[in-house]
Design a protein around this ligand. Structure first.
Ligand code: SF4
Length: 326
């Protein structure tokens, strides 16, 4: 069997074995593509497919977030499959409400409320088979669990991706997901009770439901079609000709405009989101200098295609990779 992972940081064997456990069921069909893959950049997707066995090894130290995510998903599914009735009664729901919930029914009773957990389905489009696994579908609404940082919620930069992801689930399972609104179930790994008291717009609870409007079904299909056409167009292209990852795909933060009271100072006196604000601050002070600090690319750190990607090499030579990715 070919090696898939490295353990360059010498993580202990008890933990490394857990981190190296990949529960994802890889589909060998060449015309199969998952919703998750459709959300990746075309460059990342195509280059990853070009890796030979033994190339592009991932280091287990970078897999913690993924493995914790899998563990959380499994625990939630287990709770619904094995204990939802007791839990709902413990939460004070009347028995007739609890009895009206069906879990993963093969023949749904239209008088009852259906809950589906980790349900995977697929749909054909052209020559492709697109598959997706919704974390949960409750009463015709799709839910997706994200264990992540508070910043992912407060910045809102991922909302469009969340909408695309859940919209594709609806496109694949239109009979089970009929509602126009999806729900992200955030689990904040870095939530702080103290910050929740004092920080504006900070979530008040560590587990928070966030409503996201889904895209219309026709628009979703158009997005899938266009992405598949782009993949087909560049599948056999020379590496430099494959479209470059854009800033969003690189998980690059926007630039920061730093005001230094003296050009020789090592530390900025004040940071600004916009160049105009930084410049007007400098003019008010009548001295100093504004320098632009570009956002660094984080995605390359987690990208399997990194070893064969010339864009990554260019970013590294420009000092634009997040530190541990350079
Ligand atoms: S290494 Fe970076 S630039 Fe290259 S495909 Fe991956 S994310 Fe994109």
């Amino acid at each position: 069997m070919t090696q898939k992972y490295t353990n360059d940081s010498n993580i202990s064997l008890p933990m490394a074995v857990w981190l190296a456990q990949d529960e994802y069921k890889h589909d060998p069909r060449p015309n199969h593509i998952s919703v998750t893959a459709l959300l990746r950049s075309t460059r990342q997707l195509i280059l990853s497919k070009r890796l030979k066995p033994g190339e592009g090894l991932e280091d287990v130290s970078l897999l913690l977030a993924a493995r914790l995510g899998t563990a959380v998903h499994s625990a939630i599914e287990r709770a619904w499959l094995t204990n939802h009735q007791d839990s709902m009664l413990d939460l004070g729901y009347p028995k007739h409400v609890v009895d009206n919930v069906e879990i993963n029914p093969l023949k749904p009773d239209p008088k009852k409320v259906q809950v589906y957990t980790e349900i995977r389905k697929e749909r054909q489009i052209g020559n492709w088979i697109v598959s997706g696994e919704a974390d949960m579908i409750c009463d015709f609404h799709v839910h997706d669990v994200k264990s992540t940082s508070v910043g992912m919620y407060t910045k809102g930069t991922k909302d469009l991706d969340y909408s695309k992801q859940m919209s594709m689930y609806r496109w694949i399972m239109p009979d089970l997901i009929t509602e126009d609104m999806g729900y992200i179930e955030f689990i904040f790994k870095d939530w702080s009770l103290i910050k929740s008291f004092h920080t504006p717009n900070y979530p008040k609870v560590p587990v928070l439901q966030h409503k996201v409007p889904l895209m219309p079904i026709k628009k979703t299909e158009k997005f899938i079609n266009e992405k598949l056409i782009q993949i087909e167009t560049f599948m056999d292209a020379d590496e430099p000709d494959i479209p470059l990852c854009d800033d969003k795909e690189l998980w690059r933060d926007p630039p920061v405009y730093q005001y230094f009271s003296k050009a020789t100072n090592a530390r900025a006196t004040k940071n600004f989101d916009s160049e105009t604000a930084a410049t007007s601050h400098m003019l008010q002070k009548g001295t100093g200098v504004v320098k632009t600090k570009p956002g660094k690319a984080m995605a390359c750190l987690y990208c399997r295609a990194a070893t064969i990607c010339s864009q990554r090499t260019t970013l590294a030579s420009q000092g634009l990779l997040a530190s541990s990715a350079s």
